[in-house]
Design a binder for this molecule. Structure first.
Ligand code: ATP
Ligand code: MG
Length: 233
């Protein structure tokens, strides 16, 4: 997959930045990140690529304020995700998170799951329903809106999780293996959607992936190895 626009988005404002991040678990016995840094600009699609266990999800969690680093600085939309109020602002208004294990609510319907992030913002029911439908149709889930998540296939759940992350038109989208459980065609649709959002809404997208072809099609391909992030081009 080539990407003719690759160099054109490099000039945008930096919206997510992690600098010299260190993170270990188990009282220091499991050292995962050892001086990892990443910088993401608006309108840019960035791949975190690396072997299983290399720390991709860990770094994404830290950017999303789901965990805290031992050392290093984090900045997302000008806010530090470690602060409680800042984290709340990020979660409500600025960040969309696609979890590796999608974390949908199984006994709610697809529509109810996708709508969840908008409830806190007080949008009208009509506007929310239209937005849910628009997103679901873009990923081929329009016919599944009334189904409960527990009755969906793995790929359908993944697509619902992506719609939920996009519901509030976030400025930063953190997507952990968003194409991991999808067939090739659906994977391409989802990837194209993320790329289109980066371009049209100037969203910054950080995508963890094992799949080289998606990593290659991003604006930056960052390889995670030995607890650090290497820029490959
Ligand atoms: N809460 C935790 N406690 C202990 N170890 C952890 C914890 N979270 C992550 N790890 C360890 O940190 C390492 C990195 O995990 P991480 O989930 O970031 O890898 P990953 O690159 O996302 O892998 P994958 O491609 O399999 O999703 C792994 O060895 C994992 O076992
Ligand atoms: Mg992971």
């Amino acid at each position: 997959m080539n990407n003719p626009e690759r160099t054109s988005s490099r000039r945008g404002e930096i919206v997510a930045e992690a600098t010299d991040i260190w993170k270990s678990y188990d009282g220091g016995r499991v050292e995962v990140l050892r001086g990892a840094s990443v910088r993401v600009r608006e309108g840019e699609l960035v791949a975190l690529w690396g072997a299983s266990g290399s720390g991709k999800s860990t770094l994404l969690h830290l950017l999303g304020g789901l965990d805290t680093p031992d050392r290093g600085t984090l900045r997302v939309c000008g806010l530090d995700p470690r602060g409680e109020r800042e984290r709340l602002t990020l979660r409500r208004h600025l960040l969309g998170y696609v979890f590796q294990l999608h974390n949908l609510v199984p006994d709610l319907t697809v529509e109810e799951n996708i709508r969840l992030p908008a409830l806190a913002l007080g949008a009208s029911a009509k506007a929310m329903a239209a937005r849910v439908r628009e997103l679901a149709e873009r990923v081929g889930l329009g016919h599944r809106l009334a189904h409960r998540v527990q009755d969906l296939s793995g790929g359908e759940r993944q697509r619902a999780a992506i719609c939920r992350a996009l519901m509030n038109s976030p400025r930063v989208i953190l997507a952990d293996e968003p194409t991991g459980s999808l067939d090739e065609q659906t994977g391409e649709t989802v990837f194209a959607l993320l790329r289109e959002l980066a371009r049209s809404q100037k969203a910054a997208v950080v995508l963890c992936t094992h799949e080289r072809r998606y990593a290659e099609a991003c604006d930056q391909l960052l390889r995670m190895r030995a607890g650090r992030v290497e820029e490959t081009r």
